[in-house]
Write a protein that binds this ligand. Structure first.
Ligand code: PBG
Length: 329
Protein backbone atom coordinates (compact mmCIF):
# COMPACT_ATOMS: atom_id res chain seq x y z
CA UNK A 1 0.00 0.00 0.00
CA UNK A 2 1.25 3.47 -0.84
CA UNK A 3 2.95 5.06 1.00
CA UNK A 4 4.79 2.49 3.03
CA UNK A 5 6.00 5.00 5.57
CA UNK A 6 3.77 7.82 6.74
CA UNK A 7 6.00 10.35 8.51
CA UNK A 8 3.00 12.18 9.87
CA UNK A 9 2.15 9.28 12.22
CA UNK A 10 4.72 10.44 14.76
CA UNK A 11 3.50 14.03 14.56
CA UNK A 12 -0.11 13.31 15.32
CA UNK A 13 -0.21 14.35 19.00
CA UNK A 14 1.76 16.54 21.36
CA UNK A 15 2.76 13.48 23.40
CA UNK A 16 4.06 11.63 20.36
CA UNK A 17 5.95 14.67 19.14
CA UNK A 18 7.58 15.01 22.55
CA UNK A 19 8.59 11.32 22.46
CA UNK A 20 10.51 11.66 19.21
CA UNK A 21 11.90 15.16 19.74
CA UNK A 22 15.65 15.13 19.06
CA UNK A 23 16.70 18.38 20.75
CA UNK A 24 15.66 20.16 23.90
CA UNK A 25 16.68 23.24 25.85
CA UNK A 26 17.38 23.39 29.57
CA UNK A 27 18.65 26.07 31.95
CA UNK A 28 22.09 24.42 32.05
CA UNK A 29 22.52 25.25 28.35
CA UNK A 30 22.77 28.97 28.96
CA UNK A 31 25.47 31.49 29.73
CA UNK A 32 23.91 34.78 30.78
CA UNK A 33 25.76 37.89 29.58
CA UNK A 34 25.64 40.73 32.12
CA UNK A 35 26.70 44.35 31.71
CA UNK A 36 28.20 46.01 34.77
CA UNK A 37 28.55 49.74 35.39
CA UNK A 38 29.97 51.95 38.17
CA UNK A 39 27.74 53.52 40.81
CA UNK A 40 25.01 52.46 43.17
CA UNK A 41 21.35 51.69 42.60
CA UNK A 42 21.81 51.80 38.84
CA UNK A 43 19.77 49.69 36.44
CA UNK A 44 20.05 51.55 33.15
CA UNK A 45 18.09 50.47 30.10
CA UNK A 46 19.98 50.03 26.83
CA UNK A 47 17.84 51.55 24.05
CA UNK A 48 18.97 49.14 21.32
CA UNK A 49 18.50 46.13 23.64
CA UNK A 50 14.97 46.40 25.08
CA UNK A 51 14.64 44.53 28.37
CA UNK A 52 18.40 44.53 28.99
CA UNK A 53 20.23 46.69 31.52
CA UNK A 54 23.57 47.91 32.76
CA UNK A 55 23.77 47.06 36.44
CA UNK A 56 25.73 48.56 39.30
CA UNK A 57 27.28 46.04 41.68
CA UNK A 58 24.35 46.06 44.14
CA UNK A 59 21.89 45.22 41.34
CA UNK A 60 24.34 42.70 39.93
CA UNK A 61 24.19 40.81 43.21
CA UNK A 62 20.40 40.70 43.14
CA UNK A 63 20.44 39.64 39.53
CA UNK A 64 22.71 36.65 40.08
CA UNK A 65 20.66 35.50 43.07
CA UNK A 66 17.55 35.57 40.87
CA UNK A 67 19.31 33.77 38.03
CA UNK A 68 20.51 31.05 40.39
CA UNK A 69 16.96 30.57 41.65
CA UNK A 70 15.93 29.97 38.01
CA UNK A 71 18.68 27.33 37.60
CA UNK A 72 20.76 29.66 35.46
CA UNK A 73 24.22 28.82 36.72
CA UNK A 74 26.72 30.69 34.57
CA UNK A 75 27.24 34.39 33.87
CA UNK A 76 29.49 36.10 31.34
CA UNK A 77 30.60 39.47 32.67
CA UNK A 78 31.25 42.65 30.67
CA UNK A 79 32.08 46.06 32.10
CA UNK A 80 31.36 49.60 30.95
CA UNK A 81 34.53 51.52 31.69
CA UNK A 82 34.36 55.28 32.39
CA UNK A 83 35.97 57.33 29.58
CA UNK A 84 38.61 58.86 31.84
CA UNK A 85 40.03 55.39 32.56
CA UNK A 86 40.46 54.44 28.90
CA UNK A 87 43.85 54.46 27.20
CA UNK A 88 45.61 52.63 24.35
CA UNK A 89 47.09 49.81 26.45
CA UNK A 90 44.09 48.89 28.60
CA UNK A 91 45.95 49.84 31.78
CA UNK A 92 42.75 49.86 33.83
CA UNK A 93 42.05 46.24 32.85
CA UNK A 94 44.81 45.15 35.22
CA UNK A 95 43.67 47.18 38.22
CA UNK A 96 42.98 44.70 41.04
CA UNK A 97 40.27 47.11 42.23
CA UNK A 98 38.89 47.67 38.72
CA UNK A 99 35.19 47.26 37.96
CA UNK A 100 35.58 43.75 36.48
CA UNK A 101 37.60 42.53 39.44
CA UNK A 102 35.04 43.95 41.88
CA UNK A 103 32.19 42.50 39.82
CA UNK A 104 33.70 39.00 39.94
CA UNK A 105 34.01 39.24 43.73
CA UNK A 106 30.47 40.64 44.04
CA UNK A 107 28.99 37.71 42.11
CA UNK A 108 30.93 35.15 44.16
CA UNK A 109 29.90 36.96 47.34
CA UNK A 110 26.20 36.93 46.41
CA UNK A 111 26.17 33.48 44.92
CA UNK A 112 29.31 31.41 45.58
CA UNK A 113 28.41 28.53 43.27
CA UNK A 114 27.60 30.69 40.26
CA UNK A 115 30.06 29.95 37.43
CA UNK A 116 31.76 33.21 36.51
CA UNK A 117 33.14 33.74 33.01
CA UNK A 118 34.80 37.03 32.16
CA UNK A 119 35.37 38.86 28.91
CA UNK A 120 39.05 39.27 28.14
CA UNK A 121 39.67 41.93 25.48
CA UNK A 122 40.87 45.51 25.46
CA UNK A 123 37.95 47.19 23.68
CA UNK A 124 35.97 48.40 26.73
CA UNK A 125 39.24 49.84 28.08
CA UNK A 126 40.59 51.19 24.78
CA UNK A 127 40.38 54.87 23.85
CA UNK A 128 40.08 53.63 20.24
CA UNK A 129 37.49 50.92 20.95
CA UNK A 130 39.86 48.27 19.62
CA UNK A 131 40.57 44.84 21.08
CA UNK A 132 44.30 45.44 20.85
CA UNK A 133 46.98 48.08 21.24
CA UNK A 134 47.09 50.53 18.31
CA UNK A 135 50.44 51.60 16.84
CA UNK A 136 51.39 53.09 13.46
CA UNK A 137 48.03 52.27 11.90
CA UNK A 138 48.06 48.65 13.09
CA UNK A 139 46.72 46.56 15.93
CA UNK A 140 49.76 45.02 17.65
CA UNK A 141 49.37 41.28 18.16
CA UNK A 142 52.05 40.04 20.55
CA UNK A 143 52.11 43.12 22.78
CA UNK A 144 48.33 42.77 23.10
CA UNK A 145 48.64 39.08 24.02
CA UNK A 146 50.90 40.10 26.91
CA UNK A 147 48.25 42.45 28.29
CA UNK A 148 45.49 39.88 27.75
CA UNK A 149 47.53 37.28 29.62
CA UNK A 150 47.95 39.60 32.59
CA UNK A 151 44.25 40.42 32.39
CA UNK A 152 43.39 36.72 32.54
CA UNK A 153 45.55 36.32 35.65
CA UNK A 154 43.91 39.35 37.25
CA UNK A 155 40.42 37.89 36.64
CA UNK A 156 41.53 34.52 38.00
CA UNK A 157 42.92 36.21 41.11
CA UNK A 158 39.53 37.89 41.64
CA UNK A 159 37.82 34.50 41.41
CA UNK A 160 36.77 33.91 37.79
CA UNK A 161 36.13 30.27 36.93
CA UNK A 162 36.82 30.70 33.22
CA UNK A 163 38.30 33.62 31.33
CA UNK A 164 36.90 34.23 27.86
CA UNK A 165 39.20 35.94 25.35
CA UNK A 166 37.05 37.63 22.69
CA UNK A 167 39.79 39.60 20.94
CA UNK A 168 40.96 37.29 18.11
CA UNK A 169 44.69 38.02 18.51
CA UNK A 170 46.85 35.09 17.37
CA UNK A 171 48.30 32.97 20.14
CA UNK A 172 46.30 34.48 22.95
CA UNK A 173 44.95 31.20 24.27
CA UNK A 174 48.48 29.86 24.72
CA UNK A 175 49.64 33.15 26.25
CA UNK A 176 46.78 33.20 28.74
CA UNK A 177 47.15 29.49 29.58
CA UNK A 178 50.86 29.86 30.31
CA UNK A 179 50.32 32.99 32.39
CA UNK A 180 47.57 31.32 34.42
CA UNK A 181 49.68 28.24 35.05
CA UNK A 182 52.76 30.24 35.99
CA UNK A 183 50.69 32.21 38.50
CA UNK A 184 49.28 29.05 40.07
CA UNK A 185 45.81 29.31 38.51
CA UNK A 186 45.94 25.85 36.97
CA UNK A 187 42.23 25.33 37.67
CA UNK A 188 41.04 28.48 35.94
CA UNK A 189 39.68 27.57 32.51
CA UNK A 190 39.59 29.30 29.14
CA UNK A 191 36.51 29.64 26.99
CA UNK A 192 37.91 30.91 23.73
CA UNK A 193 35.92 32.90 21.18
CA UNK A 194 37.60 30.71 18.56
CA UNK A 195 35.63 31.60 15.46
CA UNK A 196 34.54 35.17 15.95
CA UNK A 197 33.46 37.00 12.83
CA UNK A 198 33.76 40.70 11.96
CA UNK A 199 29.98 41.01 12.19
CA UNK A 200 27.59 43.93 11.91
CA UNK A 201 25.44 42.23 14.55
CA UNK A 202 27.53 43.60 17.45
CA UNK A 203 26.12 47.14 17.18
CA UNK A 204 23.80 47.12 20.21
CA UNK A 205 26.52 45.59 22.43
CA UNK A 206 28.86 48.42 21.48
CA UNK A 207 26.10 50.85 22.50
CA UNK A 208 25.77 49.04 25.82
CA UNK A 209 29.47 49.36 26.64
CA UNK A 210 30.19 52.51 24.66
CA UNK A 211 32.96 50.51 22.99
CA UNK A 212 32.51 51.07 19.25
CA UNK A 213 35.80 51.30 17.32
CA UNK A 214 36.63 54.78 16.07
CA UNK A 215 38.26 55.71 12.76
CA UNK A 216 41.45 57.14 14.17
CA UNK A 217 45.18 56.56 14.23
CA UNK A 218 45.06 55.37 10.61
CA UNK A 219 42.72 52.46 11.32
CA UNK A 220 39.16 52.28 9.97
CA UNK A 221 36.22 51.91 12.36
CA UNK A 222 35.99 48.14 11.97
CA UNK A 223 37.73 45.05 13.32
CA UNK A 224 38.39 43.27 10.03
CA UNK A 225 42.15 42.86 10.57
CA UNK A 226 41.55 40.57 13.51
CA UNK A 227 37.97 39.25 13.50
CA UNK A 228 37.11 36.75 10.74
CA UNK A 229 35.66 37.37 7.30
CA UNK A 230 32.00 36.21 7.25
CA UNK A 231 32.74 34.54 3.90
CA UNK A 232 35.04 31.94 5.48
CA UNK A 233 34.16 28.49 6.79
CA UNK A 234 37.36 26.45 6.55
CA UNK A 235 39.25 29.18 8.35
CA UNK A 236 36.88 28.80 11.32
CA UNK A 237 37.89 25.17 11.69
CA UNK A 238 41.57 26.11 11.54
CA UNK A 239 41.14 28.86 14.17
CA UNK A 240 39.25 26.47 16.44
CA UNK A 241 41.68 23.56 16.12
CA UNK A 242 44.52 25.93 16.98
CA UNK A 243 42.70 27.11 20.11
CA UNK A 244 42.16 23.50 21.17
CA UNK A 245 45.86 22.87 20.65
CA UNK A 246 46.75 26.00 22.66
CA UNK A 247 44.73 24.82 25.64
CA UNK A 248 41.15 26.10 25.35
CA UNK A 249 38.62 24.28 27.56
CA UNK A 250 35.55 25.46 25.66
CA UNK A 251 35.47 26.83 22.10
CA UNK A 252 32.95 29.28 20.73
CA UNK A 253 31.36 30.45 17.49
CA UNK A 254 30.02 33.98 17.28
CA UNK A 255 27.52 35.27 16.12
CA UNK A 256 24.88 32.51 16.15
CA UNK A 257 22.17 32.20 13.55
CA UNK A 258 24.10 33.27 10.46
CA UNK A 259 26.90 30.83 11.32
CA UNK A 260 25.16 27.55 12.17
CA UNK A 261 26.92 25.76 9.30
CA UNK A 262 30.17 26.65 11.04
CA UNK A 263 28.82 25.43 14.39
CA UNK A 264 27.96 22.05 12.90
CA UNK A 265 31.38 21.63 11.33
CA UNK A 266 33.14 22.57 14.53
CA UNK A 267 30.90 20.24 16.53
CA UNK A 268 32.04 17.43 14.21
CA UNK A 269 35.70 18.45 14.31
CA UNK A 270 36.39 18.85 18.05
CA UNK A 271 35.61 16.91 21.23
CA UNK A 272 35.46 19.94 23.52
CA UNK A 273 32.23 21.65 24.53
CA UNK A 274 31.13 24.12 21.85
CA UNK A 275 29.47 27.38 22.82
CA UNK A 276 27.56 29.72 20.52
CA UNK A 277 27.04 33.43 21.20
CA UNK A 278 23.66 34.65 20.03
CA UNK A 279 24.73 38.28 19.89
CA UNK A 280 23.14 41.62 20.64
CA UNK A 281 21.98 42.35 17.07
CA UNK A 282 20.21 39.00 16.89
CA UNK A 283 18.39 39.86 20.13
CA UNK A 284 17.55 43.38 18.95
CA UNK A 285 16.02 42.13 15.68
CA UNK A 286 13.58 39.84 17.46
CA UNK A 287 12.66 42.53 20.00
CA UNK A 288 12.10 45.14 17.27
CA UNK A 289 9.92 42.90 15.10
CA UNK A 290 7.93 41.75 18.13
CA UNK A 291 7.37 45.35 19.28
CA UNK A 292 5.80 46.09 15.89
CA UNK A 293 3.64 43.01 16.18
CA UNK A 294 5.31 41.47 13.15
CA UNK A 295 6.64 38.34 14.85
CA UNK A 296 5.56 36.25 17.83
CA UNK A 297 8.40 37.01 20.28
CA UNK A 298 8.36 33.85 22.34
CA UNK A 299 7.86 31.45 19.47
CA UNK A 300 10.63 33.01 17.38
CA UNK A 301 12.98 33.16 20.36
CA UNK A 302 12.51 29.46 21.16
CA UNK A 303 12.81 28.43 17.52
CA UNK A 304 16.10 30.28 17.19
CA UNK A 305 17.55 28.89 20.43
CA UNK A 306 16.52 25.38 19.47
CA UNK A 307 18.12 25.80 16.04
CA UNK A 308 21.38 26.85 17.69
CA UNK A 309 21.27 23.80 19.94
CA UNK A 310 20.36 21.49 17.05
CA UNK A 311 23.27 22.76 15.01
CA UNK A 312 25.63 21.42 17.68
CA UNK A 313 25.93 23.95 20.49
CA UNK A 314 26.40 22.58 23.99
CA UNK A 315 26.17 26.07 25.48
CA UNK A 316 24.41 29.23 24.33
CA UNK A 317 25.36 32.70 25.49
CA UNK A 318 22.13 34.59 25.02
CA UNK A 319 20.35 37.74 26.18
CA UNK A 320 17.18 35.63 25.96
CA UNK A 321 18.34 33.20 28.68
CA UNK A 322 15.96 34.53 31.34
CA UNK A 323 12.95 34.78 28.99
CA UNK A 324 13.60 31.32 27.59
CA UNK A 325 13.99 29.62 30.96
CA UNK A 326 10.76 31.23 32.17
CA UNK A 327 8.97 29.65 29.23
CA UNK A 328 10.57 26.26 29.84
CA UNK A 329 8.77 26.47 33.19
C1 PBG B 1 34.43 42.58 22.49
C2 PBG B 1 33.17 41.85 22.39
C3 PBG B 1 32.14 42.13 21.49
C4 PBG B 1 31.10 41.27 21.79
C5 PBG B 1 31.52 40.45 22.84
N1 PBG B 1 32.82 40.80 23.19
C6 PBG B 1 32.02 43.20 20.47
C7 PBG B 1 33.03 43.34 19.45
O1 PBG B 1 33.81 42.43 19.15
O2 PBG B 1 33.10 44.44 18.90
C8 PBG B 1 29.77 41.30 21.09
C9 PBG B 1 28.62 40.69 21.81
C10 PBG B 1 27.29 41.05 21.28
O3 PBG B 1 27.13 41.74 20.25
O4 PBG B 1 26.32 40.65 21.92
N2 PBG B 1 35.64 41.97 22.41
Amino acid sequence: MFPNRRNRRLRSSAALRAMVRETSLSPEDFLVPLFVTEGKGIREGIPSMPGYFRLSLDHLKNEVRELWAMDLKAVLLFVKVPDNLKDNRGTEALNPEGLMQRAIRAVKDACPDMVVLTDVALDPYSEFGHDGIVQDGRILNDATVEVLSAMGVSHAAAGADLVAPSDMMDGRVRGIREALDQSGYTNTGIMSYSAKYASAFYGPFRDALDSAPVAEAGIPADKKTYQMDPANRREAIRETLMDVEEGADIVMVKPGLCYLDVVREIRNAVELPVAVYQVSGEYAMVKAAAERGWLDHDAVMMEQLLAIKRSGADLIASYFARDAVKLLG
